[in-house]
Design a protein around this ligand. Structure first.
Ligand SMILES: C[S@@+](CC[C@H](N)C(=O)[O-])C[C@H]1O[C@@H](n2cnc3c(N)ncnc32)[C@H](O)[C@@H]1O
Length: 603
């Protein structure tokens, strides 16, 4: 009998031999146009999807979590297990390495993957030192799961560096510079720096796993990407069942289930049971009457993720992604005082402090304003935290009015409409915007005893409902809403400038040997982003994706940028309409007239 060398077949046999069930499924290379999706889960023969019938299942013995890694380190007897033990022991005793919680679980799983990968590479290179002394095979006598060899069929089918293609792994790529103007540019830069720092910190311990310099900074970035692109946080679900399944671990790698690719129109999902022999199952999301043909890929949903997140974590984008969002930090109105102050300082290059007769510096008006602004921002941040509104605010695409009647309502948009932002802001983001734009003139602030007030009334309960009620009760509530629209419009315009300021067309790398004239190629990339990514797959699509070509990366970034531009243009249009409507409101007109009167009196 011929032994197979196909990693997918070896992996399938390994799953079956170890208690997984996957009779109706198979693993195949998946591609859409020239965008490779790596390995995916396909139907083996014609199949009718039925919610009640599990399509596949994985036993608890095949789940990989930090409990397993620690057991290998404590109980494993092979040379490879001892290497892992030295690595884990070093990490546990090192300064500034977290040794509990999700951060530690992640490190344990990174170590596991690097342990498997270095062992697989060393076997390939004929280096048998990791298998045993004098070339004798070093086999675990107890639990086979403590033996690195047991896991090699799984390790060998994982995507290689080029198969993941997340921007953090892009080097010397023009596509990186095209991320400028999007949130991803800063995110990628800081993630790379953080990974490098972490690599340098962990390397003395990781080198116990290999000792021959295999674990480079790039390999460390790879293992981090493998982890984030396939980890599932199952802890809470498993703990509900109690018993043996309720380990302390949250993060899990689940061979088989982690080969499911993502689609917004997923037809399968994972499901947890309390039966250890089939603890994680794949099930259909619906029951159909019509059979689906053999060789159809089945997809799960990774959640309602925007393209920024999909590209950052998974290296792919979805055209016309309904979940796109543009995020920003809360735009505290006091930041304007700080910005103006900085500009004044730059202009005059002088300090606001004046030297008094006794020679000491005394804060003057501007300085006092600055201190007050900084205090106000700190108080606002504390309030956001107390209301659990900390974090970024997101703008989503406003929903399109549907049908005749709704269009009419769209035109009628005004204070009476329940959500005048048409879904552009969530309820909690709107509350965070109120916190950002309220000022002392609105009777908003924090008293010396720590109590918040809105409109002069105390916020007796620090809940979102109570805060929202006080804001809505303000006599000039519509003025506050107008302020929100105006601040948002400023942000949207700024974000659009960042995107367009980047230029509508990418410059083209000189290294590109096969390039058409720059302009022509750049135009092709932009206009044909969808075409490049989603044209028909090559007939003989390679089993393993080659290095993602530069034009594929550029096309992905263009899909991301176009998504953000469309979203921001839609938001800009709506915000302009909102501003126009709100400025006409009698409440707003009265408020503006009163302000004008006050100003004239002061003069
Ligand atoms: C959980 S793994 C799925 C299995 C993976 N294809 C493999 O070969 O190991 C997630 C990774 O699969 C790829 N992927 C999943 N869904 C995709 C999609 N819709 N388009 C492109 N790539 C996808 C991405 O590389 C992602 O990081």
């Amino acid at each position: 009998m011929m032994l197979t060398t196909d990693p997918k077949e070896i992996f399938t046999s390994w799953l079956r031999a170890n208690g997984a069930a996957l009779d109706s499924l198979t693993f195949k290379h998946s591609a859409h146009g020239s965008q490779s999706r790596g390995t995916g889960v396909f139907t083996k023969s014609q199949l009718i999807l039925d919610e009640a019938e599990p399509l596949a299942s994985v036993p608890s013995d095949l789940l990989i979590n930090n409990d397993l890694v620690l057991r290998i380190a404590q109980e494993g007897t092979t040379v490879a297990a001892q290497k892992l033990a030295r690595c884990i022991h070093g990490l546990q005793t090192a300064d500034s390495v977290p040794t509990s919680g999700p951060a530690w679980e992640r490190i344990c799983l990174l170590v596991f993957l690097l342990w498997g990968w270095t062992s697989a590479v060393q076997r390939l290179d004929g280096d048998i030192s990791s298998s045993g002394v004098g070339g004798k095979k070093d086999v675990e006598k107890g639990d086979k799961r403590l033996d690195v060899d047991f896991w090699i069929p799984y390790i060998k089918i994982l995507p290689e560096i080029n198969g993941l293609d997340t921007p953090v792994l892009w080097t010397d790529s023009l596509a990186l510079s095209r991320l400028e103007g999007t949130e991803l540019h800063a995110a990628v830069t800081s993630k790379r720096a953080a990974l490098l720092r972490e690599y340098e910190k962990l390397l003395p311990h990781l080198s116990h796993l290999d000792g021959t310099g295999l674990i480079t900074a790039e390999r460390f970035a790879w293992v981090d990407a493998v982890f984030w692109s396939r980890v599932l946080a199952l802890g809470a679900a498993l703990r509900e069942f109690g018993g043996d399944l309720a380990s302390g671990s949250d993060y899990h790698l689940i061979p088989l289930v982690d080969f499911c690719n993502h689609s917004p129109d997923a037809n399968i999902r994972w499901h947890i049971t309390d039966d250890p022999s089939r603890v994680v199952q794949l099930r259909a999301t619906t029951t159909d009457d019509e059979p689906i043909p053999a060789d159809t890929e089945l997809f799960i949903s990774y959640g309602n993720k925007p393209n920024t997140e999909l590209l950052f974590i998974h290296g792919f984008v979805i055209p016309n992604n309904r979940n796109n969002v543009v995020k920003f930090t809360p735009p505290f109105i006091e930041q304007k005082v700080l910005r103006d102050d900085d500009e004044d300082e730059d202009d005059e290059n002088t300090s606001n402090a004046v030297v008094t007769e006794d020679g000491s510096d005394e804060p003057q008006g501007d300085e006092l304003n600055r201190v007050a602004a900084e205090n106000a921002i700190q108080n606002k941040m504390a309030l956001l935290a107390a209301l659990e509104l900390r974090g970024l605010i997101g703008i989503r695409a406003p929903s399109e009015p549907e049908g005749e009647g709704q269009q009419e309502e769209g035109r009628e948009i005004g204070p009476g409409v329940e959500d005048p932002t048409l879904g552009m802001l969530t309820e909690s983001d709107l509350l965070a915007m109120y916190v950002a734009v309220l000022t002392a003139d609105d009777g908003f602030g924090r008293l010396d005893d720590g109590q918040y007030v809105v409109g002069g009334y105390p916020l007796t309960e620090t809940t979102r409902e109570a805060f929202s009620a006080l804001v809505k009760a303000l006599p000039h509530f519509e003025v506050i809403r107008l302020r929100v629209w105006a601040v948002l419009l400023e942000i949207v315009n700024f974000k659009l400038c960042l995107l367009y300021g980047q230029g509508a067309r990418p410059a083209v790398s000189q290294e590109d040997q096969h390039s058409r004239p720059d302009e022509e190629k750049a135009e092709g990339v932009i206009a044909g982003a969808d075409k490049v990514l989603f044209s028909s797959p090559a007939k003989d699509a390679p089993d393993r994706s080659p290095m993602a070509p530069e034009h594929v990366r550029l096309a992905k970034v263009e899909v991301l940028r176009e998504g953000q531009c469309d979203l921001l243009l839609g938001a800009c249009e709506l915000l302009q309409t909102l501003q126009e409507r709100w400025v006409e409101l009698p409440q707003v007109q009265e408020y503006l007239a009163a302000m004008q009167g006050e100003l004239e009196e002061e003069e």
